[in-house]
Ligand binder design. Structure first.
Ligand code: NAD
Length: 307
């Protein structure tokens, strides 16, 4: 069993800690301040309570007792064999943390980043031992989404890849290995191909934002949990998908950066549910309703998979 520490208590860090503790494995969650740790503890307690309510978990206490909280980096990583880094997506910040970690942990300790799409070779670039760096890309909410993309860098050893894969499977996640480093890996490349097209359709006034979203949630969104894009094509008929590819690809969005509208929204501080305004306007109540609906559905998937 790996001895695990998670660095960063934000959106991803606290939910990765739940994922580990759910399999009764101990995990240390490191946060920068007492306030961050307090908030993480609160969010973890609430999420675990919902898991019990939904019948996914019998005993909250067993899971909660597997999580230790620490504000002392040296103490948090002492004796660890695998560290998951979940701090903000800024390369200099991550490099500074790795430098500190490398002075505190054994050479065999794996350092796994939860980066959304930075290249693992860039993450490891300043490291003394780049062979132990790897990406483990969990998805939000990490305790409910099965996939973890494992992405080795140029210098990551095969032994580190295999140990990481074994650990991901030991915490009951589905590991896929991205064999060639590409920005955004696989999941975010696919997600952002869809997002680029949605931005272009909205900006061109092709439909309302509600109808563009419905075109996904009420159609391909219903199928995708069972058949991914390649398998969906097999079911649709490759001759049909080829014919459509041939006339449609040329017309698809080719934006090289975020659209003008998205730039404006962000420049005005309209970053989505967090600020109360994004593409949509969000009250606290509406946000909670959508989050709870999404979480319940994700839990239903997990329940059915367990049957
Ligand atoms: N939010 C998502 O949906 C999502 C999904 C997958 C991957 N990721 C990736 O996961 C990582 C974390 O993202 P997040 O959304 O959890 O960010 P977040 O901003 O919610 O949390 C990051 C936390 O790290 C803390 N932090 C900053 N420097 C630190 C340090 N040196 N040591 C310890 N803690 C430190 C911050 O105070 C904050 O609490 C990023 O690389 C991000 O790209 C995010």
């Amino acid at each position: 069993m790996e001895q695990v520490a998670v660095i960063g208590t934000g959106t991803m860090g606290h939910s990765i800690a739940i994922a580990v503790a759910w399999t009764k494995q101990p995990v240390v969650l490191y946060g920068l301040s007492e306030q961050e740790l307090h908030q993480a503890r609160q969010e973890i307690t609430e999420k675990v309570a919902r898991m019990v309510e939904e019948g996914l978990l019998d005993d909250a206490a067993i899971l909660l007792n597997c999580i230790q909280y620490s504000q002392d980096l040296q103490q948090a990583v002492e004796g660890t064999s695998l560290i998951v880094e979940a701090i903000p997506e800024q390369l200099p910040l991550k490099h500074a943390l790795y430098k500190e970690l490398e002075q505190l942990v054994a050479r065999e300790t794996i350092i796994a980043s939860n980066t959304s799409g930075l290249m693992p070779s860039d993450l490891a670039a300043r490291s003394r031992y780049p062979e132990r760096f790897i990406v483990t890309h969990f998805w939000n909410p990490a305790h409910l989404i099965p996939l973890v993309e494992i992405v080795p860098g140029k210098e990551t050893t095969e032994a580190v890849v295999q140990r990481t894969k074994a650990w991901i499977e030991a915490i009951h996640k589905q590991a896929i290995i991205v064999r060639k480093e590409v920005p955004g890996f696989i999941g975010n490349r696919l997600q952002f191909a869809l997002f680029r097209e949605a931005q272009a359709l909205y900006d061109a006034g092709v439909a309302t934002k509600e109808d563009i979203d419905a075109a996904v949630t009420s159609s391909i969104g219903r199928r995708l949990p069972v058949t991914g894009p390649l398998m969906s094509a097999d079911f649709g008929g490759l001759d049909v998908f080829k014919a459509i590819s041939d006339y449609l690809f040329d017309d698809l969005a080719t934006l090289q950066q975020a659209s003008e509208r998205l730039n404006q929204l962000v420049a005005n501080g309209h970053v989505g549910v967090r600020s109360g305004q994004g593409y949509y306007t969000w009250s606290r109540q509406q946000r909670t309703y959508i989050e709870a609906t999404r979480e319940r559905l994700l839990m239903r998937f997990l329940r059915e998979e367990k049957l």
